[in-house]
Design a protein around this ligand. Structure first.
Ligand code: ZN
Length: 421
């Protein structure tokens, strides 16, 4: 089945401008300047889609999601629900890396790998980390190295908690061993072998990570500390760490107005701007959602208000804030912060793409640039029933927001259609 999307604004993720995009079955086969592909000759049967006012983009990579649900802190009743295919894709996430958190008992690696396999079967590009907050790491097989080597879905270890009262208070040697084992697993399997590190509120901040980088042969690119914007002190240290070449991961937030009032969490768009102004290489930054994680909420006088749940949808919100609050160009916000992991993690990116290409089901709007002249895009499904998103044209947003809204709707529609297929 052939589809021709005409006059659509393509971010691949670099901004290519208005293009005509031809798809055959599940692949984009040609992208040319708008107006240069017409439905004639062998394309006369092609379904035409008017892309005017729409964006064609890669899906987001969300590298930290509690796909099995999280929480349980404060009691079993506080366990948060599992991620769903719809919840992830509705706002543009097409690649997810699942993790366990505080609770590595009530939710374990068997369940995490099973959930990850399930998401893959549904059409998502899904991966996971082995372990939870704790060291020693509770693996699926008998070791971290074997988990990464032998379980296709497992690409690293995490989220290992440090500088947090809920961590297992690992010593430097224990922490370094986990990072070393993870690196070895990655080296032997051709995967990235990333250690995703949960940073807590303690003033020790990134101390353990910096010691690994300073005192061992392991490169900083092996470690991805997350929640760097959870308070001002940690954020300040994270700027210094990123300036030295470390990669850092912001945690997005759907309700930052609340968190900015209650604690001194740094708003993602402001944090990114501050890092850029300080001279941090954008390649060192990513954003993840902490989706399905628990967010205990308190009033300003410390009264427990209830349990919130992290949402992958915050990634789209953070892109909008980058564009409209801090005027980071959409192309930069999209390219550097969401559409791929940073150059420091090129190995992971390559691996993700390798999997994508080898999968039975290709993914929604996931693309890569092999060279400036050659674009290779895999698309989960072609855009059917395109009239469905035309209804949204009356949304009362400024033009670029409308485009972003369209993006999510396109992603959503494509993914749902692909699932039904
Ligand atoms: Zn965490």
């Amino acid at each position: 089945m052939m589809k021709l999307i005409q006059n659509i604004d393509v971010y691949a993720p670099q901004h290519l401008g208005k293009k005509d995009v031809l798809t055959i079955n599940d692949k984009i086969v040609k992208i040319k300047d708008a107006g240069s592909i017409s439905a004639e000759g062998f394309l006369s049967e092609t379904e035409i889609i008017n892309g005017e006012g729409l964006l064609l983009t890669p899906g987001f990579i969300d590298s930290h999601v509690h796909v099995l649900g999280g929480g349980g802190e404060g009691g079993f009743a506080n366990r948060t629900p599992e991620a769903t295919m719809e919840g992830l894709t509705k706002f543009g996430v097409t690649t997810v890396v699942g993790c366990l958190g505080t609770d590595g008992i009530g939710r374990d690696m068997c369940a995490l790998v099973a959930k990850t396999k399930g998401l893959n079967e549904q059409g998502m590009s899904a991966y996971c980390y082995t372990g939870s907050y704790q060291i020693p790491v509770r693996t699926l097989t008998d070791s971290i190295v074997k988990d990464i080597m032998m379980i296709q879905e497992i690409i690293g270890t995490g989220e290992i908690a440090i500088s947090d009262h809920r961590s297992s208070q690992p010593t430097f040697e224990e922490f370094a061993r986990v990072v070393a084992d993870t690196r070895l697993g990655g080296v032997l399997s051709g995967k990235a072998g990333i250690v995703n590190v949960h940073l807590g509120d303690s003033p020790r901040c990134l101390d353990l990570i910096e010691r690994v980088v300073d005192e061992t042969e392991i490169p900083a690119s092996q470690i991805l500390p997350t929640h760097i914007n959870r308070n001002e002190m940690l954020f300040g240290k994270s700027i210094e760490y990123a300036l030295k070449g470390g990669a850092v991961d912001f945690t997005g937030n759907e309700d930052i107005d609340y968190w900015e009032t209650i604690c001194d969490e740094v708003r993602v768009c402001n944090g990114i701007k501050r890092m850029l102004d300080a001279g941090v290489n954008p390649d060192r930054m990513t954003i993840s959602s902490d989706g399905q994680g628990s967010l205990p909420m308190y009033s300003s006088d410390g009264e427990f208000l209830g349990m919130g749940v992290g949402q992958s949808s915050c990634l789209l919100k953070e892109v909008k804030e980058c564009v409209f609050k801090t005027e980071i160009p959409l192309e930069i916000a999209y390219f550097y912060f969401l559409a791929h992991l940073p150059q420091a993690f090129a190995q992971l990116v390559n691996k993700l793409h390798f999997y994508i290409e080898g999968d039975r089901q290709v993914r929604v709007l996931v693309c890569r640039i092999d060279s400036p002249a050659h674009i290779e895009i895999n698309i989960c499904s072609v855009l059917k029933e395109h009239s469905r998103y035309a209804r949204c044209a009356v949304l009362k947003y400024r033009p670029v927001i409308v485009q972003l809204v369209f993006t999510q709707i396109i992603l959503s529609i494509v993914k749902h259609l692909a699932y039904r297929d």
